[in-house]
Design a protein around this ligand. Structure first.
Ligand code: PLP
Length: 401
């Protein structure tokens, strides 16, 4: 039975009434804020004055509006916005873990996240185990007395495995461990916190903003967690300071109001492309195809109507063929040879040599990332059949089909 939770309606129901009645909230482009008396300033530093703003690295009214909308969308008590997805991920992890702790993570994550977990955290004496996140026995077997966090992506980058958030949350809760989920590939489609995740992180750079004009991120969780993150004395976000510019948060907030329409179109188009690839006899990964190993799981977890997301991948026999295909697809105006995703135009890249290049080749092969994998972020094309025809011509020209 599909959840009746409707993230788009929750965003829609947020009305803003600012000083001059603008339907779009005014941008607060102030770094600091005045107080009418010094005592209130002191109280604000102590965190006792709800609604008072102190300094924009701490909170900014424009950022607060975006954060509140994200919390509505995720059904979490609170949220905090950051200057990048990586800032959200790294601050949230560092807020949860200290020296001597242990993390279990999906081996398949965005390459930057993998690099942080694999290369950076050991410097701080935080140990990380990399597992196949769909193998729950392996997750359980890796739990130790100092395990503090299970980390995964709802739909993993770039292999498009689907994490069983409910099952992982049950495993985590039983042992008093936190579950953190990166939901960048599936905003609105999946609501990780409703399925049991304690913390949800995002690269807003992708689908949520959708226009490839800025880098941004978000952390959604309990009010206690978000307050701790922004605590002036020991909050990771406050002290590391990856604050989002309010001009940007204002434009992302506007784009959030079209997210539901965009997600439906991304998903619709990706489904058409995935089916066409399948008919052409290509090896395709798309969680909306019934043969995907977690198709049923995703169908049971998703909110109705937003589809199976815009991300898919094909596996070609070699990196040379993948490169040649991408080169000619760009010339034929299929989209851009570019990293990133969730854009209104189609983007494609060879994951092993780009967004997963931080993952050593032997680990890539072990997790099933073949050298000829081409990841597509399917755009909002009005006539997706025309795009499919263009891709088909490229594939025929290279004798791939
Ligand atoms: N999470 C996922 C799943 C990503 O794909 C990316 C970037 O590609 C990030 C996080 C990092 O986000 P940002 O580039 O906004 O720092």
């Amino acid at each position: 039975m599909k959840s009746l939770f409707n993230p788009a309606s929750r965003i829609q129901d947020k009305l803003y009434f600012d000083e001059f009645g603008g339907v779009n909230p005014a941008i607060t482009d102030s770094a600091t804020y005045t107080f009418m008396d010094p005592e209130t300033m002191t109280e604000t530093f102590l965190g006792h004055t709800e609604g008072c703003f102190l300094y924009s690295r701490h909170w900014n009214p424009s950022n607060k509006l975006l954060a509140d909308s994200l919390a509505e969308m995720e059904d979490t008590e609170a949220a905090w916005v950051t200057a990048s997805g990586m800032a959200a991920i790294t601050c949230a992890i560092l807020q949860c873990c200290k020296s001597g702790d242990h993390i279990i993570t999906s081996v398949t994550t965005y390459g930057g996240t993998f690099a942080f977990l694999h290369n950076y955290l050991p410097r701080f004496n935080i140990e990380v185990s990399f597992v196949d996140i769909t193998d729950h026995k392996s997750v359980i077997n890796h739990i130790k007395s100092n395990t503090r966090l299970i980390y995964t992506e709802s739909i993993t980058n770039p292999l498009l495995q689907v994490s069983d958030i409910g099952a992982l949350s049950a495993i985590a809760k039983e042992k008093g461990i936190l579950l953190m989920v990166d939901n960048t590939f599936s905003p609105m489609i999946i609501s990780p916190a409703r399925l049991g995740a304690d913390i949800v992180v995002y690269s807003l750079t992708k689908f949520i903003n959708g226009h490839n004009d800025c880098i941004a991120g978000a952390i959604c969780g309990s009010a206690d967690f978000i307050n701790a993150l922004s605590n002036v004395n020991d909050g990771t976000a406050m002290l590391l300071g990856p604050v989002l510019d309010p001009m940007r948060s204002t434009s992302i907030l506007k784009n959030m109001h079209t997210l539901h329409i965009r997600m439906k179109q991304h998903s619709h188009n990706a489904m058409q492309v995935a089916k066409a690839f399948k008919e052409m006899g290509l090896k395709v990964r798309y969680p909306g195809l019934p043969e995907h190993p977690q198709y049923k799981l995703l169908t049971s977890m998703m909110n109705a109507e937003y589809g199976y997301s815009g991300m898919l991948a094909i596996e070609l026999p070699s990196v040379e063929l993948a490169n040649e295909l991408m080169r000619i697809m760009q010339l034929e105006k299929v989209g851009y040879l570019a990293v990133s995703l969730g854009y209104f135009k189609t983007l494609f890249s060879n994951s092993g040599r780009s967004t997963s290049s931080e993952v050593p080749v032997e680990i890539q092969r072990k997790m099933g990332l073949v050298e000829g994998l081409v990841r597509f972020s399917i755009g909002l094309d009005d006539d997706i059949d025309r795009t499919i025809e263009r891709i088909k011509e490229c594939l025929i020209r290279l004798k791939i089909i």
